[in-house]
Ligand binder design. Structure first.
Ligand code: ADP
Ligand code: MG
Length: 325
């Protein structure tokens, strides 16, 4: 199968590559043409995933397609953007029809869930790697950045933390487990759900936001630094799923604080918006507050500052500080 046949069969013909709002021209020419609505800014983010570094090799192609797109779209959610389109630069060791069919299926599945269209890409031969660039639109001046947190705001997260990190020993095949809890964690790792609707709602409410990919503590450090504030996290308020607690026991907290791979939004919110948040987003939780100062502190149930647990388990890219985002 030649390059053009491969592109046509698995990508140009995929359901996610068909005509879509905001896409004036899709796959097939030298460029795609995107058409943001009047008054909107283009939000752009790119991520590379390398086999054996950011995902296990081999792995299920369909799950990889889902996850690769989800982690990229999560960056659009973090800015409060609405997805428009994405490009896929894929390097393949060989043209394996079964692999390509599975990958394209997973990609299309997540594309449909996120409302984003495949508009172009590049296809080359070599060790397996994926670079996805996502484009979204956001009303000019309203994008959520990391830099607006103010003393007095609450620190919140959009959903439970640590499931992706808790799944890693299963993903890596270090631990074998069956049952509802293991299936749930694996699902959270391979098919994270970008919090697009929450991000869009937060545009007029939150003062700063990002998506947690490197772990809550590390990513809150980015908000603290960009905003020039201190963040306090109350350890006992962290939302943990029963599946994570049953699979990881005492390590659940460590997964939530330092694990990464969450793709859940963390944001700062003036306290008067908390009731509206909780009415509309029951999984969202206030976990701390913003103060004058710098850095991130963890507090115990007595309000004492405690040393955060160290991430003592393996993850992809360990030592390089590289997650799949
Ligand atoms: P060019 O030589 O002009 O760069 P290519 O031959 O690389 O174009 O690609 C032809 C068309 O197919 C382009 O529209 C390109 O965006 C698209 N394309 C190539 N690879 C992919 C891919 N993996 N996924 C989606 N579109 C792709
Ligand atoms: Mg060209």
């Amino acid at each position: 199968m030649g390059e053009f046949e491969l592109i046509r069969r698995y990508f140009a013909a995929a359901p996610c590559a068909q005509a879509a709002e905001g896409v004036a021209l899709g796959i097939g020419d030298d460029c795609a043409l995107l058409q943001p609505a009047p008054g909107m800014q283009l939000a752009v983010s790119t991520d590379t995933l390398v086999a054996g570094v950011h995902f296990p090799d081999p792995c299920d192609a369909s799950l990889l397609g889902q996850r690769a797109l989800a982690v990229s779209v999560s960056d659009l959610a973090a800015m409060g953007a609405t997805p428009l389109g994405f490009t896929l630069a894929i390097t393949l060791p060989q043209a394996d029809p079964a692999w390509l069919e599975g990958f394209a299926r997973g990609l299309a599945h997540m594309a449909q869930a996120c409302g984003i269209a495949l508009v172009g890409g590049d296809t080359t031969r070599g060790p397996l790697s994926l670079t996805l660039t996502v484009f979204g639109q956001v009303p000019a001046g309203q994008a959520l950045t990391r830099s607006g947190a103010k003393p007095g705001d609450l620190l919140c997260v959009g959903a439970a933390l640590g499931d992706g990190a808790g799944a890693l020993p299963l993903v890596l095949g270090e631990v074998r487990a069956e049952g509802v809890a293991a299936d749930y964690l694996l699902q959270r790792y391979w098919a994270p759900q970008p919090q697009l609707a929450l991000g869009q709602w937060l545009r007029c409410q939150a003062t700063a936001a990002l998506d947690i990919s490197d772990g809550l503590l590390a990513d809150c450090g980015h908000i603290a630094a960009a905003s020039g504030v201190a963040l306090q996290i109350e350890r006992d308020r962290l939302p943990l799923t029963p599946a994570l607690c049953s699979m990881t026991g005492e390590r659940a907290l460590e997964c939530a604080l330092a694990g990464g791979d969450d793709y859940v939004l963390a944001f700062t919110l003036p306290p008067e918006h908390l009731p509206a948040l909780q009415a509309q987003w029951p999984d969202a939780v206030a976990i701390g507050r913003v103060l004058a100062g710098q850095g991130v502190q963890l507090l115990d149930d007595q309000g004492r500052v405690v040393e955060p647990p160290r991430a003592g388990y393996q993850h992809f890219g360990q030592g390089l500080g590289m997650h799949g985002d």
